[in-house]
Design a protein around this ligand. Structure first.
Ligand SMILES: O=C(O)CCC(=O)C(=O)O
Ligand SMILES: [Fe+2]
Length: 286
C-alpha cells in the first residue's frame, strides 16, 4: 500500500496549482498504486488547502530588485516531441526568456484549411485596455482575427489536443484558438501577453482561469519578407514558417511574470501573414 509522502504532497499541490481536475488526479494516483478511497481523500485535502490560503499576487519581476526565477518549463525535453497524433521537431530552445521554437506542429493541409475557413470570418483585432479591461481597436495592432470556441469542430479539437500534449499543459486551461491575419505593412507593436497585475482592467480577465502563463504562436503561412515575431529585450526574432511555432512561458510557479517576454509582430514587408495563437491560463478556463 502506498503512502502520501512529501513527494506526493508536492505532486498534489503542484497539480492543483496547474489547474488539473480532481478526477484526473485521483485516476493518476490509483494508477500509481493508491487505493481509490485514499486517493480521493488526499486530492480533496489538496483542494481544501488551496481554498484556505489565497495565492500570492502575480508580480512583474524586475531584473534589478526582484529577478525572475526560471523554474522548470512543462515542455518535454528532447529533439522530437510526441504530441498526441504528431511528432513535432524542436528547432531552438532559449532559457531566458523561456522559449521553444518548433517545426511541423501543423501539416501544410491543416494550415491551408485553417486559413480558408478563417478568411470570411475576420474582424479587426482589438487590444485589452489596461484601465477598463474593455477590448479597444488601436493603431498599434493592425491585424484582423477570428476566435474559435474550444472544441468548436473536429479540426480545432484535434489541434487543441496536440497543443495540450506538446506544451504539457491541460487543454481545459487554454483559451479558444485565435487566427490572425496581417496584410502587407500589418504589425503588432511589442507588448506582454500577461495581464498587467497593477492595472485595474486586468481583474476582469483574470477572474476566470487566472493569469495567462504561456503562449503558443503557430505560423500558418510562409511570409515572403518581414513579419517575424520579435523579442526586443531578448534580442531574438522568430521567422514565420508554415506549420512552425514559437512557445514562450512568462509566469513561474511563484507567480512572477517575466518582463523579458516582451514581444511583437514585426511589420509584414511583402505578402501577408497568418498565425494561430493559443494562450494558456493558470487554471481551467471557460
Ligand atoms: O504576430 C506575431 O508574431 C505576434 C502576435 C502576438 O504577439 C499576439 O497575438 O499576442
Ligand atoms: Fe502577444
Amino acid at each position: 500500500m502506498r503512502v502520501v509522502d512529501a513527494a506526493w504532497q508536492e505532486w498534489l499541490s503542484s497539480n492543483v496549482a496547474r489547474g488539473c481536475t480532481p478526477g484526473s488526479m485521483v485516476d493518476a494516483m490509483v494508477q500509481a498504486g493508491f487505493a481509490d478511497g485514499e486517493a480521493r481523500v488526499a486530492v480533496h485535502h489538496a483542494f481544501d488547502r488551496r481554498a484556505s490560503g489565497p495565492a500570492a499576487p502575480a508580480t512583474v519581476a524586475d531584473p534589478a530588485t526582484n529577478p525572475y526565477r526560471y523554474d522548470a518549463a512543462p515542455v518535454a525535453r528532447g529533439n522530437l516531441i510526441h504530441a498526441a497524433d504528431r511528432e513535432v521537431r524542436v528547432l531552438l530552445r532559449c532559457e531566458r526568456p523561456q522559449l521553444v521554437v518548433f517545426a511541423d506542429v501543423l501539416s501544410a493541409a491543416e494550415c491551408a484549411e485553417l486559413i480558408e475557413r478563417s478568411r470570411h470570418r475576420l474582424k479587426r483585432s482589438t487590444t485589452v485596455n489596461p484601465l477598463t479591461g474593455r477590448e479597444d481597436v488601436i493603431r498599434n495592432r493592425t491585424s484582423e482575427g477570428v476566435w474559435y470556441r474550444r472544441g468548436e469542430d473536429q479540426l480545432i479539437a484535434r489541434v487543441e489536443r496536440r497543443i495540450a500534449s506538446l506544451t504539457n499543459w491541460p487543454l481545459e486551461n487554454g483559451e479558444g484558438l485565435q487566427v490572425l491575419h496581417y496584410g502587407t505593412s500589418g504589425e503588432y507593436s511589442p507588448h506582454f501577453d500577461f495581464f498587467a497585475p497593477d492595472q485595474p482592467g486586468s481583474a476582469v480577465h483574470t477572474a476566470q482561469g487566472g493569469q495567462r502563463v504561456a503562449t503558443l504562436i503557430i505560423y500558418l503561412n510562409d511570409v515572403a519578407d518581414g513579419g517575424e515575431t520579435v523579442f526586443p529585450t531578448a534580442g531574438l526574432s522568430v521567422a514565420a514558417q508554415a506549420g512552425g511555432a514559437v512557445y514562450f512561458r512568462y509566469m513561474n510557479g511563484e507567480r512572477q511574470l517575466d518582463p523579458s517576454t516582451l514581444h511583437g509582430g514585426a511589420p509584414v514587408l511583402a505578402g501577408d501573414k497568418w498565425i494561430m495563437t493559443k494562450w494558456m491560463r493558470e487554471r481551467a478556463y471557460g
